[in-house]
Design a protein around this ligand. Sequence first.
Ligand code: ADP
Length: 172
Amino acid sequence: MEGNVQLECVQGDITQQGDLDAVVNAANAELRTGDGVAGAIHRAAGPELEQACRPMAPIKPGEAVISPAFGLPNKKIIHCLGPVYNIDKPSDELLARCFQNALWLADKARLASVGFPAISTGAFGYPLEEAADVTADAVHSVLSDLNHVTLVRMVLFSGNDLQVFRKAFRMT
Ligand code: ADP
């Protein structure tokens, strides 16, 4: 608990977080399906998701947009484009902006709970420890701005990723 917001790090699949109001997609600029998180989210949400996203594309690194969740068990999906490590620069600022913009957007939409994957740490090549530190700082930096969000959950795919994020969030 940090102020009024509960922070969690769990191991799991971002498409299986039925108790959360919103989940965050590690999106591509075109907001299309793809590999990794974007593929899993679009498969679970169904083809309506690409259609709904089309008018909002393209987005830039650090930006976040919100859509309905269709076949996913959440109310909304927040799509963030993470930086490609050391190509989209400054990568740390752009990664931090993803988390900040997503949380501000969720709060504006009066959502109470948001789940994030480890944005940029897959195909976009961000080293895990560095990404975890940037993520923890970014989440902490906006907590005092939040009026509606009361739960932020990091959903890590592997046990190793979970340990690294727990350490960055000082949960160990
Ligand atoms: P990016 O392109 O932003 O790097 P990826 O989707 O390639 O995004 O990967 C981001 C992170 O999400 C990686 O650590 C990857 O292991 C993890 N991941 C992949 N699929 C899932 C899923 N279904 N649920 C949660 N995390 C996932």
